[in-house]
Ligand binder design. Structure first.
Ligand code: 5AD
Ligand code: FES
Length: 350
């Protein structure tokens, strides 16, 4: 074990069999060793800075039907909402005033918003505050659409690949969705010049350690700028309602491995991680994460963007979340960075 961890630390990679042993035979001791080296790596690259991204969940309408997700089209229990352009701009402006320099527009795949409207919203946010980075997280689109958003001023795009294994992908999604298209989208986004974010859920139904290793190999090839991982958490109105949730311990272990594989990557301590443990996000940061994404959505819609049960911060105002996050980060000896928080290899970017 010790040798494997040292090798991962020194070379950033392992053979498949070695990863398998590292994950399968994990224990308290190997986690502690990984965590120590992962936080060291994060500090070497980003100091004790933690980047904030303000998340605006602007629509929970979705045409897709992912089996794990609470806002899937077939969930008739979900109370649907859409924010207007003015509401989105209000949240973005509020975010700016609270010190956010990245605004993430996230939503289900809602075709009501035409490309031109999305572009308009991006342009308006940039017009309000030119030193804000706009990140999109709105799913699979054509390369032309991605190009249009980029031209309008979006510079980053989050699209988790969810699982890099074909078989597994089919078990998590209806036939209409394919891993092939997902990968094509990520490739297109990267070609256009976005900083891209991929990622997967830990402990999703049917996931095996071999599948997780497929994720690691895929990420190695893709070289995304951001990697979002969090535990799978069941949602009561989905086909996966009776599956167990992903574990805190494996999620933290994977965060530490990812930090060692990708020393410079932007790695969020996700809301899902914070939802399964009151100190989940802090533990994530101490295991190598360096980003948190507090919610900026208006209070009255927050409890409607329920991807999984028990999501935290659904009753809080943006300002409260902001303060709470700062306190949490400072409590563990880190500090909130008021900057756009680009990937350090990215030079010319807004
Ligand atoms: N549990 C945890 N994460 C989920 N996501 C969707 N549904 C769930 C769930 N039940 C994640 C997916 C998606 C991201 C926005 O949220 O990975 O890409
Ligand atoms: Fe939202 Fe703590 S981050 S309440």
């Amino acid at each position: 074990m010790e040798e494997l961890i040292r090798k991962l630390y020194e070379t950033g990679f392992l053979e498949r069999e070695e990863f398998k042993k590292l994950i399968e035979d994990r224990n308290e001791e190997s986690y502690e060793a990984l965590k120590k080296l992962a936080s060291k790596r994060a500090i070497e690259n980003y100091g004790h800075d933690v980047y904030l991204r303000g998340l605006i969940e602007f629509t929970n309408y979705c045409r897709n039907d992912c089996y794990y997700c609470g806002i899937r089209a077939s969930n008739k229990e979900a109370e649907r909402y859409r924010l207007s352009k003015d509401e989105i701009l209000y949240c973005a402006d509020m975010g700016y005033k609270l010190g956010f320099r990245t605004i993430v527009l996230q939503g289900g795949e809602d075709l009501t918003y035409k490309d031109e409207e999305i572009c308009d919203i991006i342009r308006e946010i940039k017009k309000l505050h030119e030193d804000v980075a706009v990140t999109l997280s709105i799913g699979e689109k054509s390369k032309e659409s991605y190009e249009a958003y980029f031209k309008a001023g979006a510079s980053r795009y989050l699209l988790r690949h969810e699982t890099a294994n074909e078989e597994h992908y089919k078990k998590l999604h209806p036939d209409k969705l394919s891993l092939e298209n997902r990968k094509e989208c990520l490739k297109n986004l990267k070609e256009i010049g976005y900083q891209i974010g991929a990622g997967f859920m830990v402990g999703s139904p049917y996931q095996t350690i071999d599948y997780i290793i497929d994720d690691l190999f895929y990420l190695k090839k893709l070289q995304p700028h951001m990697i979002g991982i969090g535990p799978f958490i069941p949602h009561k109105d989905t086909p996966f309602k009776d599956f167990e949730r992903g574990s805190l311990e494996l999620t933290l272990y994977m965060l530490a491995i990812l930090r060692l594989m990708f020393p410079k990557v932007l790695l969020p301590a996700t809301t899902a991680l914070g939802s399964i443990d009151p100190k989940g996000r802090e533990k994530g940061i101490l295991s190598g994460a360096n980003v948190v994404m507090p919610n900026l959505s208006p209070k009255d819609v927050r409890n409607k963007y329920m991807l999984y049960d028990g999501k935290i911060c659904t009753g809080d105002e943006a300002a409260e979340c902001r303060k709470c996050m700062e306190r949490r980060i400072e409590n563990i000896g880190y500090k909130v960075a008021v900057s756009k928080g680009d990937h350090i290899d990215f030079v010319n970017n807004l």
